[in-house]
Design a protein around this ligand. Sequence first.
Ligand code: ZN
Length: 230
Amino acid sequence: MTSTIQRIYPDAIPMTMLQNNVCSNVREQGGDGDHTIWATSLCSDEVTNSFHYFTEQMAGPGPFILGGITGLPFAGITGMKAFLSHVPTSGKAMIVYGPHIGITKEGEFGKVHRKNREGLSSCCGSITSAVDSISVQDSGIQDDPLDYQQTRVIQHLHNHREEILSAEHPVKVATDHAFDAIESKLLRILDQVLPEFPGIQLVLVGGVEINTDWDQEDFFDLRTYRWIES
Ligand SMILES: [Zn+2]
């Protein structure tokens, strides 16, 4: 499993290391945990809850949830305004975002062993399902009000249909495009909302969360680490 992660995501680091590095950097920037709140734009899947150290270190009972399935920031402008209005006075904010992908001990992509569940299950199920959808559907996407988040995921990936379906690992390539879609949407939301909240220092922590089998530590392939100030 680790060798597969190193081969496909050579810059990925264990989740503990990522969180220690980020917390050290927040302190270097003059912040402290009691005055830093955090949000996530991660998939709804419970396996994405691997950021236990952040939960211990940061203010508040836990992250503000900006994301929906796949990790797209479905909370939108309204959700971002709510999050930024919760930042402690003279404090800082952090947003952790990105899609996730499972890699089993045996090195299988897009799957994980979950605790007390026989066999493998999809990870990310939303991205895997979207890849299945675009493989059988090359025109028109039906909007379903009972499944509108997945409709948006399919729309994003459909734009890269040829590249995804011809790839050696379609789910891996789809995950890369999902990261771009998540980051692009978040930045557009921030561009619009941040001017209403002057003086906030915000750190963006973006990448692909690599989920391993339930008894192994997860990894994170960090792709964006940047402070912005409103
Ligand atoms: Zn997922």
